[in-house]
Design a protein around this ligand. Structure first.
Ligand code: DP6
Length: 377
């Protein structure tokens, strides 16, 4: 549960000549984790500025497992802005990239480092071109919030490279213009994206509700049900929901505002039963909205439904929730265990009931001091 960080800062080639010669390169590499919403964002009131119709709350993951690593480089020898995603060149002409680049360039400051002999004036940034290379250590666009980590990392790395002197909140509002959920990845721990009221979106930013150390017994397990790219992107799915789902409008006005307050309280007091109940019902309502959309959108599959069923039964059997589940715009399950002990049990049970390969040789699992056989059902 960590916020973005710079992992390498490099000034290459003839750095002492930087600013004077044409063969210098200035580079920053940053890493940014993804985040998983426990109260979902679904629906925009402004498509260009990416302004949502309700607040949302997320948990930022540990970057070791699900993160984007982005290197941004600037050099007078680059003749245009270019970007590579997972090694493949992609177009930067889309409005979302352009909006982020414009916002960051507009806030760039001069860099002067006598020791290294570097001098870039504020106005130079408008003329200098960028090369950007970004890698996800998890499947792209499979409903694992890859765009969240991607745009958060891009904006964070560019801001470092161009010496932008804005706080994380302002950077979150810029990342938001790349992908809504990205604004929440600028902070670690528990994060709220405040929808804001302003027409220009200046108050639609992320704020940290609690740091990564506040509730660190929680363990998040992501069960990758399918790593295929989803058929309906979040962007077009939520647009269709805004246009056709009456349930979405009821949700954003009547349900989410109360749920946000309850979730904030559950996080503040580390009340796992309330946290789990709210996260599960919110995920289920989001998918109900998808079904209420015309034509309906199906993000979950049979395996996702079986996982929900299983978690519900487990929680009911224990009398108090042990595991929360939430699903984004895809079939993959994000499972939040209340502590390490539950997480290890959860992992065993997942491997047993949802074996990664059909002919797995696992025919039993350990539950407390008992060994449960697969044939026992
Ligand atoms: C289901 O942030 O990917 O994950 O703003 O159009 O880029 P755009 O959408 P995106 O949508 C995320 C939707 C969600 C819920 C959430 O993360 O809150």
């Amino acid at each position: 549960l960590l916020q973005p960080k710079v992992i390498i800062e490099l000034i290459g080639n003839s750095l002492e000549m930087a600013g004077k010669q044409q063969n210098w390169v200035l580079m920053v590499t940053a890493q940014s984790p993804t985040n998983i919403a426990v109260i979902k964002y679904w629906g925009k009131r402004d498509e260009t500025l990416i302004l949502p119709i309700n607040d949302s709350i997320s948990v930022t993951l540990d970057p070791e497992h699900l993160c984007t690593t982005t290197t941004v480089a600037v050099s007078p020898s680059f003749d245009k802005d270019r970007m590579w995603l997972n090694g493949k060149e992609i177009s930067l002409s889309g409005g979302r990239y352009q909006n982020c680049l414009r916002e960051i360039r507009g806030r760039a400051s001069s860099i002067e480092d006598e020791e290294k002999g570097i001098r870039i004036q504020k106005q130079d940034w408008e003329k200098l071109h960028l090369h950007i290379a970004s890698y996800n250590n998890f499947p792209t666009a499979a409903g694992l919030a890859s765009s969240a980590a991607g745009f958060a990392c891009l904006v964070f790395a560019l801001a470092k490279l161009m010496n932008v002197k804005e706080d994380q909140g302002k950077l979150s509002a810029i990342a938001r213009q790349g992908s809504g959920s990205a604004c929440r990845s600028l902070y670690g721990g528990f994060v709220k994206w405040v929808m804001g009221n302003d027409v220009n979106g200046s108050d639609s930013t992320a704020i940290q509700l609690a740091s990564e150390t506040h509730w660190d017994d929680l363990v998040i397990i992501i069960a990758v049900v399918s790593s295929r790219q989803k058929e309906t992107s979040s962007t077009s799915g939520m647009r269709e929901s805004v246009e056709t789902s009456a349930l979405l409008h009821h949700r954003s006005k009547e349900v989410v505002p109360k749920r946000i307050l309850q979730m904030e309280e559950a996080i503040r007091t580390r009340d796992f039963p309330s946290f789990a109940r709210l996260a599960c019902v919110d995920s289920n309502q989001f998918h109900a909205v998808c079904l209420d959309t015309s034509p309906p959108i199906f993000y979950m599959n049979d395996t996702s439904h079986r996982i929900i069923n299983y978690m519900e039964k487990w929680n009911r059997f224990e009398g108090t929730p042990q595991v929360a589940y939430t699903f984004d715009a895809g079939p993959n399950a994000v499972l939040i265990a209340r502590n390490r002990e539950v997480a290890s049990l959860l992992l065993q049970r997942l491997l047993f009931f949802f074996p990664p390969l059909p002919d797995t040789d696992m025919d039993s699992y350990v539950l407390g001091d008992k060994t449960i056989l697969k044939d026992a059902g």
